[in-house]
Design a protein around this ligand. Sequence first.
Ligand code: SF4
Length: 345
Amino acid sequence: MRWENLATGSEHSRADAALFGAEAVTTRTFDTPEFRGITFHEIRARSIVNRVPGASRMPFEWTVNPYRGCTHACVYCFARKSHGYLDLDTGLGFDSQIVVKVNAPELVRRRLASDRWQGEHIAMGTNVDCYQRAEGRYRLMPGILAALRDHANPFSLLTKGTLILRDLELLRQAAEVTDVGVSVSVGFTDERLWRTVEPGTPAPERRLEVVRTLAAHGIGCGVLMAPVIPFLSDGPDQLRATVRAVAAAGATSVTPLVLHLRPGAREWFMSWLERHHPYLVRRYERLYAEGAYAPKWYQRRITRQVHDLAREYRIGPADGGMPRRVRTPGPAGVPVSGPAQLSLL
Ligand code: SF4
């Protein structure tokens, strides 16, 4: 392990601290194979429970995001743009320069204990994945979940990480006292596509295993079928295979979301497309000619197909058979239709 404390008062360190909105930044690298090539910027954040900007269409108001950047490295990740705000690279830098808010659990606990806190729903996994590989080392989520449980504060979680199973008991305890919603993101089951477009994530089948395990422990889990990638994972047989696998895993709901390509993600995705599927570049330029979103007719078609399949495979209703107080919202509370303010976890 190598580390360098940047809280030395140098001009460079002060700039970094200001950039991350923190008092100090400690940069670490680890030699273990799983973290090779990854740099962690440990910070003590000033706040962690953040209000979603008023203009947002999200059905939740408060979020907790203990990390920035994500080693799951999904090519299409919407959160790439936010790395640019830190003056970090939105391509490989997003995958390998990870900001860790090491004091996240104590900040959550303090906020929930404050007189001004009204016990509102908190959504996690809305920007980057809180169960990405870094969580295996930093273990921030157990402290956060324990604080939520102790204050009986409702929350939801969206992830692609199998590491969530480590915290099964805490989730179960929280669900005894408050509303807990868990969703896992599985956009498709095609292994070849997965290896290139979501190279740092657990395989789709392993994510479905998470759904299965959570269900077996009485924690209902929905699946955010995101993203559905035009021309690569949207064929009728592909949609059917995915919904069938989601149903077999025991998911309580399935919510499709078509790929969106905002600035930051768009450039990175298109350069990937050029390398792996050059014959599709022109079709994408046409499909996304109006901006970040595929045309409404296309989104509606996918939604209708997935809903029909969900009916056929009898997924849902979302709260059917769930233990009391455990509910499965849309993905992290996200509505089915409309562009979501998510990183497409
Ligand atoms: S889409 Fe989610 S899991 Fe993938 S890189 Fe972005 S935050 Fe991580």
